[in-house]
Design a protein around this ligand. Sequence first.
Ligand SMILES: Cc1ncc(COP(=O)(O)O)c(C=O)c1O
Length: 367
Amino acid sequence: MPMMASQMERSAGNYSAGPSRLPDPVRSMVAEDVLDLDGSGIGCLEHSHRGEVFDQVLSQTESLTRSVFNVPSEYSVLFLQGGATQQFGLIPMNFAGTGASSHTNTGVWTTKAIRAAEQFGPTTIVFDGAEDQFRSLPNPTNLEISEEASFLHTCANNTVMGTQWTNLPSSPKDVPHICDMSSEIGSRVLNWDTLDMLYAGCQKNLGVAGTVLVVIKNNLLARSQAPTPFNYQEHAAAGSRLNTPPTFGIVVLRRMLEWIQEHGGVQSMALRAQQRAQLLYEAIESTQGFWQPHASTESRSVMNITWHGPTPEAESQFLSRADALGLSGLKGHRSVGGLRASVYNAADESACEKLAELIQSSPRFSK
Ligand SMILES: Cc1ncc(COP(=O)(O)O)c(C=O)c1O
């Protein structure tokens, strides 16, 4: 069925927190991949994960991951199933030791990661933002992380609260730093000196839900202690094919990585994210207190912009007006309320301008 103009418009203004908007060229390439993967005459949903055509897809996706994120050679790249949440359990299952695992509790997702880690050993919370409703992140240099910790776990961008570390914490020398990058991967230039493992659910900046990108330093990989099929080392030894990998998600990931590369790489994505976020935060601030950002100024995310209105009625009026303009997905997460615009790498610039105008005009229509 041909796409109608109104549907195109609606996709441009999709602010969903994830799964979220894909770039138009990626959508078209994936549509082609579903019908015919790389000229093989067989669609990607129908190919064996052990056949030659998929071998190529897998190795291209790994090479792209390495070049887009500048991954050092002593790290392995894994494509796994189970979403980011599964990693909350796999990480302590593999790496919990005698020393407590250290955690920065910066929102809903880290709270879940802590609950999962508690099942496998002692935990220490080196920062807890709960009392402040997770509006702020600490200065990373002020964190006291024990040299005996089994690992440090952080979340780079807190999707629900709309906070983001400008500089990620680093851990003591022998303590691996493991970071959940689900909602910002591909929009920050990575400093591998302070990262031993990152993982990201792909449904925001990298494509499809259920697919997880893991990049892990080999000396940490060697410490994997979980049984099959939860053991990272076994997944790495099997080239991410211990069982059937999320083939469709990997096909989409390849297209997303190509798109990032063609559009100036992570550096350019980071710059564009800054500009979009600035536009929206300035619009919120220009209403002189009618709209209030949720996150404190120095902790604001460039991926998820969260704000509140003076009353629930003003917020629902805003959502109705947004809907009429083809702007969707703007309701805040149930735990925070208010409003949220998720502006990942594929966010449409003109739809962001439309949203900024709506934010600025809201005080007038609410009077
Ligand atoms: C930062 C972060 N971590 C983890 C998750 C959970 O991801 P999944 O639903 O893939 O398990 C999300 C989901 O939105 C997220 O934003």
